[in-house]
Design a protein around this ligand. Structure first.
Ligand SMILES: NC(=O)c1ccc[n+]([C@@H]2O[C@H](COP(=O)([O-])OP(=O)(O)OC[C@H]3O[C@@H](n4cnc5c(N)ncnc54)[C@H](OP(=O)(O)O)[C@@H]3O)[C@@H](O)[C@H]2O)c1
Length: 272
């Protein structure tokens, strides 16, 4: 079995399961305390991956924000922030995006082999482009990252990327921060959408079972927002108790500011 990094998925979603809204403006779900929690996870990672669409839509910097954490990484002989990694098939990435900033941090762009030449032409020296199977193979990408010394890979979205890691059972941990907001817009991106018929991935009876979510007492605060009927939509998470995350277990429920943070971990060996 190929060596691969420990894969930690991280996302923030609304109480009704959306990762963004459908407007042109990026929806900020986390508050300062949660962003600081995420910053700590970033500081403990060797690389951070987002999908090409997230770079185009959100233009994230993906850096460690805390000066103390950056200093601590430098003291440990690491770059101030983790390497930045993305996936693209079409190669429509702007080398002026913050992802590609010339800040001494490695930038890795994985594409299907046939698309690598075009992506190299477009990005020039802004990033290292790696053709990785046709279609792009996530296990091969992970093996390549391991070969580059990446021991912990944090995956920060978006929907398509998170869904693929879960569906391929390539996640070791999932930290899911739930915001006390309801988006209620079917046109908005939603967690686990696009992975096909979920019933084939596990026990259909598990769908809608919210038991696995543990103590969501903090969500009681949502009462102020009105009709909570939409919370039934969280049923999609019930099937995280199915094999999607290779026997995931809810191993922690905590609060970071206004967010309820659910931590799922696989219970078997980490190499997959
Ligand atoms: N709340 C959160 O925690 C959070 C975090 C991040 C993002 N988001 C939101 O998520 C939304 C974006 O999600 P998304 O699902 O549209 O996009 P995404 O997952 O960010 O990116 C999808 C893109 O990544 C590339 N890609 C993914 N898998 C690939 C594969 N196997 N082979 C080749 N290329 C692959 C393709 O890029 P190309 O199109 O370039 O070919 C694809 O279109 C945005 O609204 C963003 O705000 C939310």
């Amino acid at each position: 079995m190929a060596r691969r990094p420990y894969v930690l998925l991280s996302a923030a979603m609304s109480a009704d399961g959306y990762l963004d809204d459908a407007t042109d403006q990026r929806l900020i779900l986390s508050d300062a305390a949660d962003l600081d929690r995420v910053d700590e996870v970033r500081a403990g990672s060797d690389a951070i991956l987002v999908g090409g669409a997230t770079i185009r839509r959100d233009n994230p910097g993906l850096r460690v924000r805390s000066a103390a954490r950056r200093k601590d990484r430098l003291r440990r002989g690491l770059p101030a922030s983790p390497a930045r990694v993305t996936l693209t098939a079409g190669g429509d990435l702007d080398p002026a995006a913050r992802f590609f900033a010339d800040d001494g941090i490695d930038k890795l762009v994985y594409t299907p082999a046939a698309a690598a030449g075009q992506a190299r032409e477009r990005l020039g020296s802004a990033a290292t482009v790696i053709g990785c199977g046709d279609p792009l193979s996530l296990p091969r990408m992970l093996a390549d990252l391991a070969g580059r010394g990446v021991g912990v890979l944090m995956v920060e979205g978006g929907v398509m990327v998170l869904s693929q890691f879960l569906a391929a059972r390539l996640a070791d941990e999932f930290q899911l921060a739930v915001a006390p907001l309801l988006v209620a817009d079917e046109a908005a991106p939603r967690l686990l959408s696009g992975v096909g018929d979920v019933s084939v991935l596990g026990d259909a009876d598990a769908l809608g079972d919210l038991g696995g979510l543990g103590d969501l007492g903090g969500l009681g605060d949502l009462g102020a927002l009105g009709d909570l009927g939409g919370l039934g939509d969280l049923g999609g998470l019930g099937d995280l108790d199915s094999p999607r995350l290779a026997e995931p277990r809810l191993t922690g429920v905590s609060h970071a500011g206004r967010m309820v943070v659910l931590r799922y971990q696989r219970t078997e060996g980490t190499a997959g």
